[in-house]
Design a protein. Sequence first.
Length: 213
Amino acid sequence: MDFPPDPRPDDVAWPQPEWPPPHELRGEHITLTQFVAADAPELFAALDHDPCWAHVAGRPANPQVYAATMSELPDRGRWPWVIRTRRPLGQAPAGAVVGTSSYFELSLHDARLEIGHTIYSPAVWATEVNPEAKLLLLGWAFDHGFGRVQLKTDIRNHRSQRAIAGLGAAYEGVLRRYQRRDDGTVRDSVLFSVTAEDWPDVRVRLQERVRSS
């Protein structure tokens, strides 16, 4: 077996990243705010479509359940964001709640985290929303000392895999039998990452995606 070479043989100590993130991340087309219970009715309505939950576990039964579940997440190591439009995008008007994403799998000691649990309303699929949301979330992480951000998706979710690869994230492999779906089956998860060394090129790529969408 040929073992991979060390990509950073002259590595130096990595600084401690900053945490927590601010309440709001503002882009040209969207704003991300950390979830509060009052967001639940709009977010539930925006995502109350079967395609939104086809590859995501934990579909809520109603806004009250969603509010309770989402409000508990920071205590369990997940920090959800609510995504709103700043202007009309796709079929969504300005000011609409159109999705959610989260920071989780946080390791400050190792300067890494994950972005995931990302769901968008079909009204804004194939718009500026996803590339700018990733630009804001990745940008804050790398600008504040993180060295690695990873992303995972269901092996059956080809649309999500294409979207993540299109961001410029590196494919790292498949985590076999990794996570249970709502129907009781256990999914394989496809793993991608962006590192601090990758980030300058990925940032430019995302900025171009946002401008050209």
